[in-house]
Design a protein around this ligand. Structure first.
Ligand SMILES: [Fe+2]
Ligand SMILES: [Fe+2]
Length: 198
């Protein structure tokens, strides 16, 4: 076992290798997210390697069913609160981050935080983490299915905070309207991004 992996470009390559046995549709989504995050990195002059690494690793466990997500999360000691029990899909981010740290020796807090919270976002997100969060939500296939996301994509070219707040407002509104629970981190993130939006 080699030592800690802290170089973002090396972390990106390690994640890409791990993704190569995941379902093909998921691999294609992850590649589109990486391209989208790199595009936003260019527009906003962000660290490209950090964006690419977080994008490459964000969905390592997206293909797992709820029961498997819960079992793996217990194994890697990912905290499971009532909010995750209500929506186990949220666990695929924290689980990917815990797995990367423990089994791949990934040692880069910003990349791991970006991966861990890519579903809900996090109030303390860096701009790189925000770029990956938004690139995931405006994957062109998702915009095709839900044309309302085009406004989020347009906003992202000008203000990442405004775009992320807009996305979270859409999702929180739809969850409220359909009687679903709101994840507290999504609410806190929306408030934080709204305050920082231009
Ligand atoms: Fe995801
Ligand atoms: Fe994703």
């Amino acid at each position: 076992m080699s030592g800690a992996l802290s170089d973002p470009a090396a972390i990106r390559d390690r994640f890409a290798e791990a993704m190569s046995d995941r379902p093909e549709k998921l691999q294609k989504h992850v590649k589109r997210v990486e391209r989208g995050a790199l595009r936003l990195a260019a527009v906003h002059e962000l660290d490209r390697d950090i964006c690419a690494a977080a994008a490459a690793g964000h969905d390592l466990f997206r293909h797992c069913k709820d029961a498997e997500l819960i079992a793996l999360s217990r194994h890697y000691r990912v905290p499971i609160t009532e909010d995750e029990e209500a929506a186990p899909i949220v666990l695929h981010g924290p689980l990917a981050a815990a797995y990367a740290r423990e089994t791949m020796s990934v040692d880069h807090d910003e990349i791991l935080t970006s991966i861990a919270f890519h579903t809900t976002a996090h109030p303390e997100f860096s701009l790189e983490a925000l770029a990956v969060f938004i690139a995931d939500k405006i994957d062109p296939r998702k915009v095709q299915r839900d044309p309302g996301l085009a406004a989020v994509a347009a906003a992202a070219d000008h203000d990442l905070y405004a775009a992320a707040a807009m996305f979270l407002e859409r999702r929180l509104t739809s969850q409220l309207n359909s009687g679903q629970a709101l994840h507290p981190l999504a609410v806190a993130s929306r408030n934080a991004f709204l305050r920082r939006a231009q």
